[in-house]
Design a protein around this ligand. Structure first.
Ligand code: ADP
Ligand code: AMP
Length: 210
């Protein structure tokens, strides 16, 4: 398999927002473990039901579940030229498993201070038609309730996008995910971009890196 990219950062950093641009630039498909888990939940699978307990609590889903999902996803034909991982890996064991199944060219970290995260996540909504990401204040749709990209009027908010759960998710990020930064720095794969600026400016920094 050709080399893949990891989009790294705390919840609400802007990974999903920036992913579309990276997909357009590289042609690599986005693999978001969060989206896969939510799809499993919507489909009512036992995996989705198991994951829901952790997601609602703001905790990470166990590594074996996530690694199994990723291994299966990487067998699909569109993954042969590498992929864009969004929200994976989130623990050292996940990164170790990934190193055995895929080659990485770069880990792009979107850096955003904790004090910005709650307002970003609590104002997030997504389009039910095309999954585009919006924000009440920072990135609203041009016409209220209508997706700029596909015209759908099915806007959704995530059950786990509330202040109490965000704080638990941030704690999980610092305890379990942030240590991956050094893990990837030691392997010369880690690049940081400033996520605490306009969406377009973050996108320009990422484009320059790619
Ligand atoms: P992640 O995928 O990392 O959890 P999202 O891309 O879903 O994050 O972004 C979280 C929220 O913050 C969304 O509502 C999005 O519109 C908003 N957002 C993303 N990037 C920025 C930015 N650079 N400035 C302000 N708000 C942003
Ligand atoms: P996200 O959509 O990336 O914000 O993820 C939403 C939730 O899904 C997280 O709070 C976790 O409960 C779970 N999740 C997503 N990706 C992972 C992962 N790589 N490892 C463990 N749990 C994950």
């Amino acid at each position: 398999m050709a080399s893949s990219i990891v989009l790294f950062g705390p919840p609400g950093a802007g990974k999903g927002t920036q992913a579309g641009n990276i997909v357009n630039l590289t042609g690599k498909p986005q693999i978001s473990t969060g989206d896969m888990l939510r799809a499993a939940l919507t489909a009512g699978t036992s995996l989705g039901m198991e994951a829901k307990v952790y997601m609602d609590a703001g905790q990470l889903v166990p590594d074996d579940v996530i690694i199994g999902l990723i291994k299966e996803r990487l067998t699909q034909q569109d993954a042969v030229d590498g992929v864009l991982f969004d929200g994976f890996p989130r623990t050292i064991p996940q990164a170790e498993a990934l190193s055995e199944i895929a080659e990485l060219s770069i880990v792009i970290a979107i850096e955003v201070p904790d004090n910005r995260i709650v307002e970003r996540i609590c104002g997030r909504y997504t389009c039910g038609g095309c999954d585009a990401v919006f924000h009440d204040t920072f990135n609203p749709t041009a016409t209220e309730g209508v997706c700029d990209l596909c015209g759908s009027t099915q806007m959704k908010r995530r059950a786990d996008d509330n202040e109490a759960t965000v704080l638990t998710r941030l704690a999980a990020y610092h305890a379990q995910t942030a240590p991956l930064a050094d893990w990837y720095r030691q392997r010369d794969l880690f690049i940081s971009v400033n996520g605490d600026q306009d969406i377009e400016k973050v996108g320009a920094e990422i484009s320059a890196v790619l």
